[in-house]
Each structure stands twice: as structure tokens, then as C-alpha cells.
Design a protein around this ligand. Sequence first.
Ligand SMILES: Nc1ncnc2c1ncn2[C@@H]1O[C@H](COP(=O)(O)OP(=O)(O)OP(=O)(O)O)[C@@H](O)[C@H]1O
Ligand SMILES: [Mg+2]
Length: 505
Amino acid sequence: MGKTILTAKHITKLFPGMKALDDVDFDLQEGEVHILVGENGAGKSTLSKIILGAYKAEEGEITLDGEPIVIQGTKDALERGIAAVYQENSLVPYLDASQNIFLNREPRTKLGFLDLKKMKHDAEELLKTLNCEYIDVTKPVSSLSVAEQQMVEIAKALSFNPRIIVFDEPTSSLSEREVDSLFKQIHRLKAEGLGIIYVSHRMQEFPLIGDRITVLRDGKKIATVGINDCTNNELVKMMVGRDVSQVYVRNQTDFNEEALKVEHLCDFDGRVNDISFNVRKGEIVGLAGLVGAGRTETAELIYGIRPIKSGDVTVFGKKADLKNATNAVALGIGLISEDRKTQGLALSESIAQNTVAVSLNKIFPNFFINMNKIREIAKDYTNKLRIMTTSVDKKTRFLSGGNQQKVVLAKWLSYDPDILIFDEPTRGIDVGAKMEIYNLMDRMASEGKAIIMISSELPEVIGMSDRIYIMQEGSIVGEVHRGDDNFNQEKIGELMMLGTGGANE
Ligand SMILES: Nc1ncnc2c1ncn2[C@@H]1O[C@H](COP(=O)(O)OP(=O)(O)OP(=O)(O)O)[C@@H](O)[C@H]1O
Ligand SMILES: [Mg+2]
């Protein structure tokens, strides 16, 4: 490892009513990937943002190449060579990928006009280094998938040619294929001597790229350890302050009545092509597949937010007419969306308001709304899901990423739908809270709910599902049942990849 590039000493950051960081020390060396871990709300993003100039610390000192510096803002940080891939999507939705990457520093021709050709070419080159040549850089980024948008964010950070890059949960929306490409890049950047700060909840990633790990808990630094100096269990214990064993709970129940049947479903974009499957009461059915396999799109069709071209959806024996989400909700269908920003959460509303957003009419059938009752319900869910907040009246904008995701869960759990689609339910959620979500899913199934689970983490799909359908390029290419010989990671992984040329292509 090389010399120290950056140090942060005695960093303390206050937010109203709380200490997000309490006397934290951190340092970064040349050619190093320094991983930051900790539970949701531990302070990882806050520390990142201080180093990126997005937040000002109340106390502490930062040095760059041994010189004390005061970072005046994100622009100042960029000029000093510190770039970021933020946890929350920071792209401008109506601009295309090339415009986003070169925003406010667009290349010009000699005559001073925008050099659109160069911009497009450079953007394509950057995406190519990430093995993402398939992304159309001339389409508004809002029309790209969440994973594609994330790759554009990464390309943007690289375009600054920084010395330090902060990745705040870059892989939470990526599938294996993109993660592979990203890790190859990270290894290249390391070899070039960059310093990389890497925030993630995915422990299986750490040995693949990490050099050192710093653990934060409740805003305090617990330890900095070498990647090989600590077992996973020790790491988890440092994060949550107690023993947690990562086991999936699935109390097998009987499945009888069919809750949802989907026949020959197609959308207009060819993303979903002749899909048929069913889910019974009490059953958890997994949809596995690579990003782009059409899992999220299938969920959107069933939830009425993607127009159905042909095919039938039958809910408890009745043909459903799904024109919008209101139809779906009225039929008892809920979707916990992968994109909490656009579909799941009102950021300027409080935790309490978000918690009852769908269930308001159900809780107050007479329209007499009682704010205290709403707060009670929200408090119940903040306890159950361990949402870290000072009050249920706090705007969700001020919660950490993982805690925002938990509020989306609370919203649907309080509505109590009969059929619930979980799309990447544990993305960005810490180890302790994941367990609680698995427990909840199991309990809901035991109560007779029908559950569809979409997840890019195969161990989780296999751990929780009673049956799994494997999707590929908009079609179902296989079905496996719990207890069968092929209900394992190798067989399912093979089916996911079949005909696509493998994950590393
Ligand atoms: N702008 C803000 N205003 C008020 N409180 C904030 C703000 N940003 C963060 N916080 C609070 O600071 C604490 C630390 O948040 P932070 O986002 O750093 O957590 P994190 O470790 O990144 O968690 P996650 O894994 O969920 O992303 C949280 O309790 C959060 O509610
Ligand atoms: Mg965070």
C-alpha cells in the first residue's frame, strides 16, 4: 500500500436532535479500497459527504497529502480530485447520459458551439470501459433502468479523472454482470494508485475488492481492520453490537387456493414476453434473473403501472382489469418498489404520513382522521422494522437510505394487501434489519398472504422462496421447487445465464 492521501480526524457532525458522527477518525491510502460499514443510519453517508464537501462538519480536521484543507463544497472537492457516486440517484432525468456526464462542462467546438459529437463519443467510450456499450447515451436517463442509471453515475465519476472516489452503495441496484464490470474498474483504479472509499452492506463483496474496513456504529468509529484480520461474524458483531446469525426463516405451510394467476402476459416494449405463472395463498414465489430479464416489468404489469398488451391476470378466481395502480390496490395487490424515490416514498412528507399513505381509507373508513392514531401506527412500525429516527414526524428526506427503504416497507405492511410483490426488498438494508424483513415475509405468508419476491441476491431468493421461476430476456425459462435437487445456486444460476453467453460477457 502506498502513502496516505487523505485523513479525517475527530470528525463530529450534528443534525437537529442527534449526533450523526461523534469524533470519527478515518484515513485513506494510495491504491487502497477502504470499506465503510455499519447499520442503517450509522453515519456512513454522512462521513462520505463531509469528505465530498457536501456537508460541513462541526468539528474535525481533514488533510490531503498531509496538508490541512477546508473543503468548501462539492465543486471544491472535485477540483481537488475527490469525486463521488452518491447513494441517491443524482442524474437529471430528462437529460441523456452524455448530457448528464458532462453537465456544466460540455465540450465546445473551436467556434464555441456545443460539441455534441465529441460529447456522445466520450460518453460512449466511458461506458465502454464499464462494459456498458448497450446503454443508449442519447435517450433521457429516465427511460433507462435503475441499474443502467447507476452505471451512468459511475461513468460520470470516472470522467473527472479523480484521485479519490467515494462509492456509496454502488452495487445495490446492479446485477452480477454489472458488479463484475465495476469491480474490474475498481481494480484498475487501484493499480493506478487511486484511493477508493467504498460503502456497502454486501459482505460477500468485501474480500473481492477491499483492503481495510472501518466499522461505524451510532456515529462512532468502532474499529479499522485489515480485510483478512477479521471474520464475517466478528464484523457483524461490531456493526450491530450483538450476535446475529444470518439464517432464513421459512416455516413451510400448506398452499391451496390460487391467489394470483398470470397467463401469456406481454407488454408493449417486448420486455415481458408471454409470461405465465401463479402464486397460491401462503406461498412465497421468487422471480430470479439477471437485470434486464423483465422481472420488475412483470411486477409493474401486475400492479397496473405498465400497459398490458395481451394476456390475463386473474386475482382470486376473477379476471382483473388492471389499468392503473388504484385498480391493483383495490384488488388487494401491493408493490414494494425497487425505486423508492419515484414510486415508493414522498420525501417531503413525514414518516407517519408515508406509513399510512396507502392505508388511510382502510384505517379511517369514516374519513375522521386521527393524527395520534397515525403516529401510533407509525411508531409500531418504526419499532418493528427498527427504523432509526428521532421522531415519526421527521420528513423521510432526512432519513438514511436504508431507513427510507424501511418506510416503504411500513407503508405496504400497514395496508396489509393479500398479494404483495417485493422488488429488491433488502436492497441497502443492513444485516440485522434483513433478518427482520425475512421474518416478516414468513409471518405474512403464514397468515395466508401470497408473496412474490424479486431479488438479485440469489441466496436470499433461494432462502425464502417455496418456488422460483427463472426469467431471461422477458420469458420464463425454468421453474424449481423447494426440496428438489435443482433448488440451489448453481442450477438456478445456470438457468439465469443460459443462452446469454454467461455473466462475464
Ligand atoms: N440532512 C440530514 N438532516 C437530518 N438528519 C440527517 C441528515 N442526513 C442524515 N441524517 C441522519 O444522520 C444519521 C446518519 O445517516 P447516514 O445517512 O450517514 O447513515 P448511513 O450509515 O449512510 O445509513 P444507510 O446504510 O441507511 O445508508 C441518520 O440517523 C440520519 O437520519
Ligand atoms: Mg447511506
